[in-house]
Design a protein around this ligand. Structure first.
Ligand code: GLC
Length: 822
């Protein structure tokens, strides 16, 4: 988008009075930043020769000349923490346990994990048992665990290798200029690189240069925009010898550069603390989320469809939208209220004229199964007659300038002040306002503009850098707090929801965040443009977010800022039906975007995909439960199960939804066919049960009504068809496979049930074994539908059962046996 168009869009979104004030705001910020300059660059410094090495219980402490120290701590055989100083240590906001220990603090909604291979979290005790340290020739020090070998050369070079000595990466001695760090590593060719949070780049981030500074791109973005709202200094590299995840626990502004042979990271300040985790993607993510926390189980409704629009202005309009869905037979689980429900954009207020009866509205919607979600921005309007502002002043709740005055910036309500979420008392104070919404029946909260975003005429669209923060008493500047702002706002919100509504699971949506966000909130991909390239980009964005530990995300269907035609909207809708967060949202002033706005056939296609999503909810919910156990994202790249297959590293026009489904959205206008890369194994076409096997690429013919969806052979796919729980058994071509099903009330913290299926095909027999664990009751009957197996007879626990076509209806069983036709 050209600059003029973007400026006009900015003015349209922020309103003329705010736009006119931005120049003053940016001038004030510039003056302040001149009075409080950043550290001058200074000379380049590097560790001098190694002076001493001191063993620690789980690692070692090394002192180098020139004032550099390195601490190495093994947290598990395949997780090691390295800390180069000088520089202030981070306040451990990203970690599940402040002391850095790995046992994940069981989120209250987590069911008891079954003792099986799903739970591959590391065991800290094992690290203690197996760690060995020795000094080798030339003064090199080696620390080895059962899973990795680290060799430190006397000049500060570090080599990471597998236990058998295959090199994974070589780190060069870090260097420092004033307070900043530069850290680079080389790895064996060829490589691929994933992660860094929310990106607009292709799935494989290599080659590329990326800035990590949470940023509102200002109303619209497309492929190549960098940075965005949610940056995470984590990447996973893949080489032929194996995988390695690197997470820098440093929230200062950073730049990452990836070339074919080297990665480098530059941080503006702080200690250079990072974690190296080895293993395949599933193992690495399990370890990373053991460190930074697993996502709690969401309420089931959140996995359904959400309708939203910036521009729904009145209660009547919301009721009309709900009726529009109901009358057209379109399933709907949530309606979002954007900023227009507030009184003059004052957070925690409700406009009395336009929303006179929020409790009635939410109750009426709840009776139809629709949950109300309201937006909250962090900016608090400066208004002496507004109690959130005056009480915040009294509590010293706001971020301050070095002068002690609250820092001010412009957002929707005009001049605002900003809660300092790095201050525990402020997090609590903020959370005490949530009952104003919760008591009105609001089911979920949507945090926006929390980079924090501010309107500026130039420069970064945020607070001035000299802004001060509390950092749980330790003190610090905005340069360190900025990237943490959305994470800590989410923490304040999550803790408030737990405190004020302890019987229900919190549901929060956030635009910004940092490492560890998965413990508190879902994210969405923000204000993307309404174009075909933006539709395609969304897949890589979601996959890299998943690789960064954020399993729940999704796009504004149709893109936020523009006007998709019926075909683009349809294709976006079809793709989003398989994303964890499924929401239709658009900017103020754009043409209507409800599923019926485009007429037919769009309406019928949307209805089909809304109904399909309903049917698939038991599967989505099972994936959500698996994420609580392993940290595995719901949508995954095609190479997830075979990370050594370099052919799949670049594929970002399709994704896996869990283990069972492969989704290949249509990403071109008027496309009549598309090619699909097939991961190993056999796959069924979801729509017609035809089988594909052993072809690296297949061609699929397209119609507007559908997008290609494949099911892995051997899957038991749990669905709900009307009132019946249905198990779709996709027969393996040979051998056996396992699947899971998780069930509970969908809300609260009651009993749960975990079911495990094993499907085996031997000659003309197909066997389905079902093991169940947990107290949540089994359904009285289930329907079992066979795919890829023509059965002539069936037995449930030895008793014959009647077949109706490819289906049977039966009580829960331990073993189901089918014999093939002919
Ligand atoms: C931001 C959000 C967008 C929202 C708008 C108004 O641009 O990203 O989703 O509609 O603010 O609140």
């Amino acid at each position: 988008m050209n600059k003029l168009k973007k400026t006009l869009m900015g003015i349209r979104f922020m309103g003329l009075p705010n736009a006119l004030r931005t120049a003053r705001s940016s001038l004030q910020r510039d003056r302040l930043e001149q009075r409080h300059p950043q550290a001058a660059p200074g000379p380049l410094r590097q560790p001098g020769p190694l002076l001493s090495a001191e063993p620690l219980p789980q690692g070692a402490y090394f002192t180098f000349d020139e004032g550099f120290d390195l601490e190495i701590q093994f947290l598990a055989p395949h997780i090691v923490r390295l800390t180069w100083t000088p520089g202030a240590l981070p306040v451990p906001y990203s970690l599940a346990n402040p002391d850095g220990s790995l046992a994940p603090a069981a989120p209250p909604s987590n069911p008891t994990p079954p003792a099986d291979e799903l739970n591959r979290g590391p065991s800290p005790a094992a690290a203690l048992l197996t760690l060995a340290m020795r000094t080798e020739g030339g003064g090199a020090q080696t620390l080895a665990s059962a899973a990795l070998r680290l060799t430190l050369l006397p000049n500060g070079t570090l080599r990471l290798a597998t236990p058998s000595g295959h090199p994974l990466r070589t780190e060069h001695p870090p260097s420092r200029r004033a307070t900043s760090w530069h850290h680079s590593a080389s790895f064996p060719f060829p490589s691929a690189c994933f992660g860094l949070g929310e990106r607009t780049a292709p799935l494989n981030l290599l080659p590329g240069a990326y800035r990590l500074w949470n940023t509102d791109p200002g109303g619209s973005y497309g492929p190549g925009a960098d940075p965005l709202y949610l940056n995470i200094p984590l990447y996973y590299t893949r080489t032929p010898a194996g995988g390695c995840l690197v997470f820098y626990e440093n929230s200062h502004e950073a730049t990452f550069t990836f070339t074919r042979s080297e990665t480098s990271a530059t941080f503006r300040d702080g200690a250079l603390r990072y974690y190296l985790i080895t293993g395949d993607p599933a193992e690495a993510l399990a370890a990373y989320t053991a460190l930074t926390g697993r996502p709690p189980l969401p309420p089931r409704w959140a996995l359904g469809f959400h309708q939203s629009r910036w521009g729904y202005k009145t209660e009547d309009e919301i009721r009309a939208i709900a009726a529009g869905f109901r009358e057209r037979g379109l399933p709907l689980h949530a309606i979002h209220l954007d900023i227009d429900y507030m009184d003059g954009y004052r957070v925690f207020s409700v406009d009395p004229a336009r929303f006179p009866g929020l409790p009635h509205l939410s109750a009426d919607l709840a009776a139809q199964g629709i949950h109300l979600v309201t937006i909250l921005d962090p900016g608090v309007k400066i208004d002496p007659a507004y109690d959130v502002y005056t009480s915040g002043l009294g509590e010293n709740a706001f971020c301050t300038l070095p002068s002690g005055e609250p820092a001010r910036a412009l957002v929707w309500p005009g001049w605002c002040v900003f809660p300092d979420f790095t201050r525990p008392a402020t997090r609590f104070w903020w959370g005490e306002f949530y009952p104003r919404l919760l008591d009105a029946g609001v089911a979920g909260i949507w945090h926006d503009m929390n980079e924090p975003a501010a309107f500026q005429a130039w420069g970064d669209l945020t607070l001035p850098r000299p802004t001060r923060h509390d950092f749980d008493g330790r003190g610090g500047a905005h340069g360190e707090a900025h990237n943490l702002y959305g994470l800590l706002m989410a923490r304040a919100g999550f803790e408030a929801l737990r405190r004020h509504r302890p019987d229900r699971r919190p549901w929060l949506l956030t635009r910004s965040g940092w490492a560890g966000l998965q413990r508190y909130a879902w994210s969405w991909t923000g204000d993307s443009e309404s174009t075909w390239p933006a539709l395609k980009m969304t897949i890589a964005t979601a996959l890299n977010l998943g690789f960064s530990g954020i399993p729940y995300t999704g796009p504004d269907i149709g893109g936020f800022s523009g006007s998709p035609d019926a075909e683009l909207f349809t294709r976006w809708f079809q793709m989003a039906a398989f994303m964890p967060f499924f929401r239709n949202h658009a900017a103020r002033g754009t043409p209507a975007r409800e599923p019926w706005s485009f007429g037919e056939p769009t309406l019928s296609i949307c209805r089909d995909f809304l109904k399909l999503r309903e049917r698939l909810l038991p599967y989505f919910y099972t994936l959500a439960w698996q994420a609580t156990q392993t940290g595995a994202p719901l949508v995954r790249p095609l190479f997830w199960g075979e990370p050594g297959n370099a052919e799949l590293w670049e594929v970002d026009d399709a994704f896996l939804l869990g283990d069972a489904l492969l989704v290949a959205p249509v990403l071109q206008p008027q496309a009549t066919s598309r090619s699909i890369h097939l991961p190993a194994g056999a796959w069924y076409n979801f729509w017609d049960d035809s089988v594909m096997e052993a072809a690296p690429v297949v061609e699929s013919r397209l119609t507007l009504e559908r997008i290609p969806v494949l099911v892995r052979a051997g899957t038991v796919l749990p669905t709900r068809e009307g009132r019946a729980e249905t198990l779709h058994v996709y027969a393996p071509l040979r051998g056996s496979a396992e699947s899971f099903w998780f069930a509970d009330e969908g809300e609260g913290y009651g009993e749960t049930r975990q079911d495990r299926f094993r499907v085996t095909r031997e000659g003309s027999t197909l066997r389905v074994e079902w093991e169940t664990e947990g107290e949540y009751p089994l359904p009285e009957e289930v329907v079992v539908r066979l795919h890829g197996f023509e059965a002539r007879a069936a037995w449930a626990d030895g008793e014959p059962v009647g077949l109706s076509g490819s289906s049977i209806q039966t009580k829960p069983f331990r073993e189901l046996r089918f014999e093939e036709e002919g």
